[in-house]
Design a protein around this ligand. Structure first.
Ligand SMILES: [Fe+2]
Ligand SMILES: [Fe+2]
Length: 436
């Protein structure tokens, strides 16, 4: 079982306390509970949660949102909140012996999300469908509470989960939200609409109505699964391309992975969003993928390359961009791959771009790539130590590299001290000069 960080434990308990307070409020404000509905919707919620789909980094999403939303608009927020307790129980959690704090958090955040969404539904004039269902005269008046409560449900749910991911992975909640939750909005809308249909069928047909709705819910689940599997397949595609590059050029073994590490550290030190960090990681892993098209005898040549051979090697960013263009999911990484050999003064290739006209991702790539090249051994020279390589980068700031990016890389590697040492050396130099 993975150890849960202390701040995650505190957060889980805080969310649970708020959820309990909300339940006390519902009780004292005389919101009703329909126990039959709790039983029926609760059982289906356990089923839906057990078929949940894991998100790329943490947490999971399930079609139980449709059941909770249906329970809320049919029986009100108190009943839906009690149904939400069942979201904390999943077969995977039992099987994986998930920490009790995760159970408490899942239950607490679901109660809060659906409970608060239910209050918004009530306060904006939403009618409970229990015993009556939606009738023609409810339109268009009912659209406002339905829309607002659905948006609120999504926002509360995703915000509470993002803060948990933020604590768990030590990243900003906004970054977690952008990567793990933002894409889920349209799925919530779909599940919300399914929830409204489910409520209607339940009111008009009763218990068998829910079974009728299980099929579309499973289709929705299938959709999630296809999306998540696709993400996984893309990540594996990237992995196999990297393996192919390294099999071809043994001197660069581990190069792409290391450059990805340096580029990620630099991007985080620059305060980039999680979305951009993902892009730079993929770009770094793939920056030399175009070398697949270069003959092994050129790549592995120990001596100096001829002019023609050099031209062939120089073509690899273009070849790489062309390979990546075939993978739709990777289109954002193309500029970084295509321009990763540009230099700030325009002396680089492929386009000889100058300064800020070089995409910032490509400027990060150039620094990370050079740092790894210098700190790795080559057949014709030994590896430089990190401090010497850092000095080289600093010396080339302005001409070849963007200094803010070099500083960010050095910060991320704990090498900022090198800069102070260098300025000390310069001071010394200028003192010596002034004496002579
Ligand atoms: Fe390259
Ligand atoms: Fe490289």
């Amino acid at each position: 079982m993975q150890e849960v960080p202390k701040n995650c434990k505190i957060y889980s308990l805080a969310i649970l306390s708020l959820a309990l307070l909300l339940l006390v409020y519902f009780y004292s404000a005389s919101y009703g509970i329909v126990w039959f509905a709790v039983l029926v919707f609760g059982l289906f919620t356990i089923l839906a949660e057990s078929l949940g789909i894991n998100l790329p980094r943490a947490g999971a999403i399930s079609v139980s949102s449709a059941l909770l939303y249906a329970a809320m608009i049919t029986f009100g927020p108190f009943t839906a909140s009690i149904v939400a307790v069942f979201t904390s129980i999943t077969w995977n959690d039992i099987k994986n012996k998930t920490s009790v704090y995760r159970w408490l958090f899942n239950g607490g955040e679901s109660i809060l999300a659906i409970g608060l969404s239910g209050l918004i539904y009530a306060y904006t004039g939403g009618v409970l469908l229990f015993n009556r269902g939606l009738v023609f005269s409810d339109f268009p008046r009912v659209l406002l509470p339905l829309t607002l409560s659905l948006i609120a449900f999504f926002l509360f749910d995703s915000a509470l989960v993002s803060v948990a991911i933020g604590f768990y992975e030590d990243i900003s909640p906004m970054s977690a939200w952008l990567v793990d939750c933002k894409w889920a909005f349209f799925n919530y809308v779909t599940l919300g609409i399914l929830g409204i249909g489910l409520a209607e069928v339940f009111v008009k047909i009763g218990f068998p109505g829910i079974i009728l709705f299980i099929v579309p819910l499973l289709v929705a689940r299938q959709d999630f699964e296809v999306y998540m599997n696709l993400q996984e397949a893309y990540i594996k595609t990237v992995g196999s391309l990297v393996t192919a590059i390294e099999a071809k050029d043994p001197y660069t073994k581990g190069h792409s992975e290391r450059v990805a590490g340096y580029a990620e550290g630099t991007a985080r030190a620059l305060g980039w969003s999680e979305d951009k960090v993902e892009v730079i990681k993929y770009a770094a892993l793939l920056h030399d993928v175009g070398k697949i098209g270069i003959a092994k005898k050129i790549l592995g040549k120990a001596g100096k390359l001829s002019e023609d051979e050099f031209k062939v090697v120089q073509d690899h960013p273009d070849m790489g961009a062309r390979i990546i263009r075939e993978i739709k999911f990777l289109e954002d990484v193309i500029p970084a791959v295509f321009h990763h050999h540009e230099a700030l003064d325009g002396s680089g290739y492929l386009d000889g771009l100058v300064g800020e006209s070089i995409p910032v991702e490509a400027r990060v790539m150039a620094v990370a790539d050079s740092f790894d090249a210098m700190t790795s051994a080559r057949p014709y020279r030994p590896a430089l130590d990190r401090e010497t390589a850092a000095k080289e980068l600093l010396a080339c700031c302005g001409a070849q590299f963007d200094d803010s990016i070099v500083n960010a890389l050095l910060d991320s590697l704990g090498l900022a001290i090198v800069k102070e040492k260098m300025s000390g050396e310069e001071d010394q130099l200028s003192i010596i000069e002034s004496k002579t």
